[in-house]
Design a protein around this ligand. Structure first.
Ligand SMILES: Nc1nc2c(ncn2[C@@H]2O[C@H](COP(=O)(O)OP(=O)(O)OP(=O)(O)O)[C@@H](O)[C@H]2O)c(=O)[nH]1
Ligand SMILES: [Mg+2]
Length: 314
């Protein structure tokens, strides 16, 4: 690690940030060293998670929200955890920012995270990239992810504010929506409100929400947007701001951060312990041998675990 790498990241150097993300994605030991040094400079960013079914307009919304934040001179980081996202070249945003006269805007950093090869580790990598962007001075971090699997739900749980995007006419009623997604929403965005069925969807959503118990005095509002026409975006940005104020004033944000770190510490501990007791090919082979012995009833699983633990240098 070159000695000025952390400094470059703190200064927002795009190439240094990109390189750091690659080391995070590869889970290289360098990334841990780096994040250790950067950690004292984090804790300033506001994380907004944007989730919803494929094609609901998440990327378009992120693009428009980012533009609102840039107009306020807030530095923005975008993480798209989605292989189909059109961000790889930052094309959409790049064009618009150039239009606003921010040629080569250094105040925005966009990165797609590859989802392949990250089974189970995706949420962790995303969390670490968010920390990195936080250290790099991005005050608004937008994380886009398709709301399908548990991994994605874990990713949005990272966020201070979760937007769940719904659109009319997907053929599926609210009733069919993933329950997990409904529970994590702080704000519902009814995008593609220019389409038929928007009123019906809003009514359904209202009916459902009227049964829900508000969390910490917050009723998730429904914001109608037409992302492609930039309609409702200011309203959405100000609702995110209201949510932030509400949660900061109730102390709920702090509580959420403590919960978040409690989970992260457990995860880190788990992976460190696993690494210690089962590291390398040797460890894998041993695990396999013990599993075979247990499956064949030659050994009980309790003594197998004890055996592994005994031989580990903890
Ligand atoms: N009519 C209409 N079309 C929209 C609106 N917002 C987005 N779209 C269109 O919907 C399509 C999908 O938009 P994206 O922003 O790529 O959606 P996404 O949710 O990021 O898609 P994935 O990342 O592939 O899941 C594009 O063709 C957009 O132009 C809207 O408010 N109204
Ligand atoms: Mg997208």
């Amino acid at each position: 690690m070159s000695p000025d790498w952390p400094q470059k990241i703190l200064a927002g150097d795009v190439r240094a940030i990109s390189r750091a993300i690659t080391t995070i994605e590869n889970h290289s030991p360098e990334s841990e060293q780096l994040l250790k040094q950067l950690f004292p400079h984090t804790g300033q960013a506001y994380l907004t998670g944007i989730t919803g079914a494929p094609g609901t307009g998440k990327s378009t919304l992120v693009d428009r929200l980012a533009a609102v934040y840039r107009q306020r001179e807030e530095r923005v980081g975008v993480i798209a955890v989605d292989p189909t996202s059109p961000y790889s070249g930052g094309a959409i945003l790049g064009d618009r920012i150039r239009m606003q006269g921010h040629a080569s805007d250094n105040g925005i950093f966009i990165r797609s995270m590859a989802t392949r090869g990250f089974l189970g580790g995706l949420a962790r990598s995303t969390a670490e990239v968010a920390l990195l962007l936080d250290a790099a001075g991005k005050r608004q971090i937008l994380i886009e992810t398709v709301g399908v699997g548990q991994d994605e739900i874990d990713i949005v749980r990272l966020a201070d504010c979760v937007l769940v995007i719904l659109v009319p006419g997907l053929g599926d009623d609210i009733q069919n929506m993933k329950a997990g997604l409904m529970e994590i929403a702080d704000i519902f965005v009814l995008n593609k409100a220019d389409r038929e069925g928007a009123d019906r969807l809003e009514e359904q959503l209202h009916a459902m929400l009227s049964l829900a118990i508000p969390r910490d005095g917050w009723h998730p509002p429904i914001i109608r947007t037409v992302a492609t026409e930039n309609r409702g975006i200011d309203d959405l940005a100000s609702t995110i701001g209201k949510f932030r104020k509400h949660f900061e004033s109730t102390g709920r944000r702090q509580k959420k951060h403590i919960e978040h770190w409690q989970n992260r510490l457990i995860e880190m501990l788990e992976s460190r312990l696993l690494e210690k007791v089962l590291h390398g090919k040797e460890g894998e082979a041993r695990l396999r041998a013990l599993a075979t012995a247990v499956a064949e009833r030659k050994q009980d699983p309790f003594s197998a675990v004890s055996e592994i633990l005994k031989s580990a240098h903890l």
